[in-house]
Design a protein around this ligand. Sequence first.
Ligand code: FRU
Length: 439
Amino acid sequence: MVTNKSKRKAKKMVTSLLAVGMAFGMVTATAGSTVNAEVKDDTSVWSWEDASKIERTEDNTAPQITEDEINDIAPDLYVWDTWPLRDRDGSVAKVNGYKVIFSLTAEKEGITPSERHGMAKIRYFYSKDGKDWKLGGLVYDPDKALGSRQWAGSAMLDDGEVTLFYTATGRKSNETKTYEQRLAKVTADISASNKEGVQLDSNEDHEILLEADGEKYQTLEQSQGKGVIYSFRDPWFFKDPKSGEEYLLFEGNSPGLASEQTCQPENIGSPSFQKTHEAPEEAALYNGAVGIAKKGDSLSDWEMMDPLLEADCVNQQLERPHFMVKGNQYYLFFISHKFTFAPQLTGPDGLYGFTSKSIHGEYEPLNESGLVVANPENDPLQAYSWVVLPHGEVSSFVNKYKTEDGEQKFGGTLAPTLKVNFHKDESKIVNESKFPTLK
Ligand code: FRU
């Protein structure tokens, strides 16, 4: 098996060769180029070799979703990326017996499903049993929120106050929509009673927490409009149970000008794999990363660190990264699409995962390739945006599924819930149910 250690050894050899080359004037650095050529010491790698092992198996393929399993929680809204309110320690929160979920939503009227991303706003729902969901409404006043639309995030409850972390996408001042993304937060007081249900009362004090810096994470300008969809988004709050330290995970891209990106040997794989495999030139434009920032004095103060994981030359988007901790083991998950893999690599729309005994890695792909949950081959876009809860329950939304007549339809609501077992570096789907328990 290829370990990150051997990947790092390979990297060190490359770096020292580079240093020797530079000392003899053989290698010239391009003016203005930044650092993405090199994999950082604290960054694990999802290599071409790992990703070339991706395949659907009985253990990772979700059952096909049937129409009677779809629970439409808001018929007038498109509902997609969803996350539960969690306590500070990561367990799913209960407020007076209610579970609360937050979702990206858009009013259906007048727009096609694919236009929803341009109008996304965060609404919340609540339920006592996971079956009957009530729409609580918007979490904030969209006129006061940052960004021309708000994308995915996470929500943490402490002492009666909810902190909503979200992505501020574009700016209200932009005449045309841009794909600039910044990590933001706002807080809201929460109360719940059987009579009134769950109420959120936002103080509308929206704040930018982090912006891509061009050194650790690519800026929109550096991406030069190349590659598939730029990213600096999806902040996910995490308190490390081992150290008590707090972090935000997020989706980013490795830094540097897109036109100067290159594939490094360790992005390809082990030395023996490198001998027989080369990535096509266009693969260099694919530079997805799982970003991490550490909390300073308060929830407004975050220090950006080098990525936890990079998929340079392998995949452009490692979306909605999050952790589950089981015993001594950290499990790092993200979602990705088939169309964001570099040319010649094929992975399904799915949930991907890595594991390590230390929060900063080295991370190894689960099941050797990283694939944890795949849509079935005959309904490859049926669900997306999987989130793993503390006990292995996995929720997602119904994306473009096939009806009984073979027509493709956008679901736009919660998908059936999967249960996945994790053992060391392996996983297995063991159950599916119509409704979540949100444990
Ligand atoms: C995943 C995703 C997120 C983003 C949102 C935008 O489904 O791409 O990364 O926040 O959708 O709609």
